[in-house]
Design a protein around this ligand. Structure first.
Ligand SMILES: [Fe+2]
Length: 285
């Protein structure tokens, strides 16, 4: 019996649910859920959006820090959420908010330290790389980078000792590690990440990119936007594994990165510049 793509996706997601049974998928905090509703309404009001964000002063501060950081490369200082909403637009603010919430939820726990540091660096590289891809904004690339290994956070919650060892292997063996995860958990962090992304209402193209970010060949992806997202993720993962984690760069990681580079036709001097930017970004941290 041959399964349709929808049927095989349903089976994969069912296996992912089983793999993390007992792990609570975090919800967006109440205010943000309200904000999602506001953003989805037909007559969205930027004033009330700014008001909802301002109610949570810590979150508002985190969003402003992000906006004024090298991630966004904005040349003027943005001092209020109202100003930020006007300058960047609502979709972009939403991406930065979700990024700030994810950082807050997982950024302070030692268990998630390696995964989160890796994701923050991938997010930074993604923002820089997005300059070379038409139709992908810095905040969108940043959010995807931050979110793409959400499934790894869930697996680390489920199996703290076992999973982190596997995660460290992903820096050199991006394809093998998915097979190992499937053998051990019956699913993998890419598929499990879709569950978290769905829960947070991420756009469908991002969900697909999360699912496919360990794919062997970008050419197998039909949707242009998803293919570009995955190519960005592959390049950013390779840069971060080498620069931030000092991982051994064997053939598997080299091929994984090269596939992304071929897809986006990004040249070596640009990658060198992004490596240097990541190094100075880490030093500042
Ligand atoms: Fe991954």
């Amino acid at each position: 019996m041959t399964l349709t793509p929808d049927e095989s996706l349903a089976i994969k997601l069912r296996d992912a649910v089983k793999a993390v049974s007992g792990v609570k998928l975090p919800q967006l905090p109440g205010d943000l859920a309200q904000l999602q509703q506001e953003l989805q309404s037909r007559f969205v009001n930027s004033y009330s959006v700014a008001q909802i964000i301002d109610k949570d002063t810590t979150l508002a501060g985190e969003v402003l820090t992000l906006i004024n950081s090298p991630v966004m490369k904005i040349n003027v200082e943005v001092r209020s959420i109202r100003e930020a909403v006007e300058m960047l637009g609502l979709d972009n603010i939403r991406n930065l908010l979700i990024s700030a919430v994810l950082k807050r939820l997982f950024g302070n726990d030692l268990l998630y330290k390696d995964i989160m540091e890796h994701s923050v660096d991938v997010a930074f590289c993604m923002a820089d790389l997005s300059e070379w891809v038409a139709g992908v904004s810095r905040d969108e690339a940043y959010m995807l980078g931050l979110f793409h290994n959400g499934g790894a956070l869930m697996l680390a919650t489920k199996d703290p000792h076992g999973y982190l060892k596997l995660f460290s292997q992903s820096h050199s063996l991006p394809l093998t590690v998915i097979e190992k995860e499937r053998a051990r958990y019956g699913s993998d962090h890419a598929t499990i990440g879709v569950l978290l992304g769905k829960r947070w209402n991420l756009p469908v193209d991002m969900l697909s990119a999360i699912m496919l970010h360990h794919v062997d060949k970008c050419a197998s992806i039909q949707n242009d936007k998803v293919r570009a997202y995955v190519a960005l993720l592959k390049i950013a993962n390779a840069i971060v594994s080498e620069i931030s984690f000092g991982a051994y760069r064997g053939d598997e990681m080299r091929d994984y990165e090269q596939d992304g580079l071929d897809e986006l036709m990004i040249s070596e001097p640009i990658i060198r510049e992004i490596r240097l930017a990541l190094m100075s970004y880490n030093v500042k941290d």
